[in-house]
Design a protein around this ligand. Structure first.
Ligand SMILES: [Fe+2]
Length: 364
């Protein structure tokens, strides 16, 4: 199984095609890249693709995993290009153009068929992260992310470009902070940050309370709303049942709307696929990152019995009826002490499920 490799770049770049690592090397994980909105998979090429086909007819070569990507993400355009001194006119000037920092008003999707290259993306602190791409790597850069591309020292890349609708390759060079696509990206990025922070807060709170003896390891649950909305479609994070509190990880939480339409399954599913066949892993990662993906149950892959808790519907009902409530903690303890001054006992719901606490109006 190929693993995407990425690292923080040295500030000074003399040769854009060199690795330009920091010393010592500072690696960046696939998850950290995903936090920037960059998706990636490894899908080994299944046939001999032409050096150039603009556009390319996908039915020419059967590629079931790529076909799943195209269908699920709506990429109805594909072409194939080859970048090399032999194939690309004015190669060296083109290389300089590729390396100019820019954004796009759409996703940039590349599938490396042969050869290799680097995509550089900016992190939240505006530092460059270099992502190494080899044959079989498929990468999706989100609309509005600052990035650039360069060949590596091998000077050869054969790649498939994918697009939704009529392709637009026009780069918008930095500065583009006022650009609508850039603003959309920042909005989305801050939402990802909020989700990450809330996941860590919920999982960390329950782990801490378990260690303090305030709740049992096998029972109790928490839920919290994400974003400013309190309507029926508002997303909420919910802990799974069946996962011991001391083992609860931020990625184990469900994300779903109050109405109950699940937005994101626990990422534990993906982790379970590691070590199985590559195609299964790609499909699992693929399906988990796409809107409208099929139902995958945590209990299929997580610890025995891991599933949505029975209190989920109660939590949803509380959020719908009490817009001032942003988070709920349900713990089982004979004598549960309020974990913080701002956590208030909530008795207006005549439901006896141990102890029910509501946090008003934010988690800190
Ligand atoms: Fe680009």
């Amino acid at each position: 199984m190929a693993t995407l490799e990425a690292w923080y770049m040295a500030v000074e770049v003399k040769d854009q095609t060199a690795e330009n690592r920091l010393c010592p090397n500072q690696p960046v994980t696939k998850e950290e890249i995903a936090d920037l909105g960059v998706l990636s998979w490894h899908v080994p090429p299944t046939g001999e693709y032409p050096a150039k086909a603009v556009p390319w007819n996908p039915s020419d070569i059967p590629d079931p995993v790529l076909a799943a990507v195209r269908t699920k993400r709506g990429y109805n355009y594909a072409d194939i290009i080859t970048c090399s001194e032999e194939c690309l006119p004015d190669y060296h000037n083109k290389l300089k153009d590729f390396f100019k920092e820019h954004i796009h008003s759409d996703e940039e999707v590349r599938y490396i068929i042969k050869g290799s290259g680097y995509f550089d993306v900016r992190d939240r602190a505006d530092r460059w992260i270099r992502i190494k791409l080899d044959a079989g790597d498929l990468i999706v850069l989100p609309e509005g992310i600052y990035h650039r591309f360069t060949m590596d020292s091998r000077n050869f890349t054969q790649a498939m470009r994918l697009f939704k609708g009529e392709p637009v390759w026009t780069p918008i060079n930095r500065p583009a902070d006022e650009n609508l696509s850039r603003q959309r990206y920042l909005e989305r990025f801050s939402a990802l940050e909020e989700e990450k922070l809330l996941r860590e807060t919920l999982a960390g709170s329950l782990r801490c309370w378990y260690q303090q003896g305030w709740c049992l390891g096998s029972s109790g649950s928490m839920a919290a709303l994400l974003g400013p909305e309190c309507n029926r479609n508002a997303p909420m994070l919910v802990t799974p049942s069946g996962v011991p509190k001391e083992q609860l990880a931020p990625e184990d939480l469900f994300l779903q709307s109050i109405l109950g339409n699940e937005l994101l399954k626990a990422r534990r599913v993906i982790r379970q696929y590691v070590g199985q066949s590559l195609v299964q892993e790609c499909l699992a990662a693929l399906l988990n990152s796409m809107p409208g993906r099929p139902e995958l149950k945590v209990s299929d892959s997580g610890p025995p019995g891991a599933k949505k808790g029975q209190t989920l519907r109660l939590f949803a009902a509380v959020f719908k009826e009490r817009p001032d409530v942003r988070a709920i903690c349900h713990i089982h303890s004979v004598d549960p002490p309020p974990p913080a001054g701002r956590w208030l006992s909530f008795h207006s719901w005549s439901v006896h499920i141990g102890a029910l606490y509501c946090a008003l109006p934010s988690l800190e």
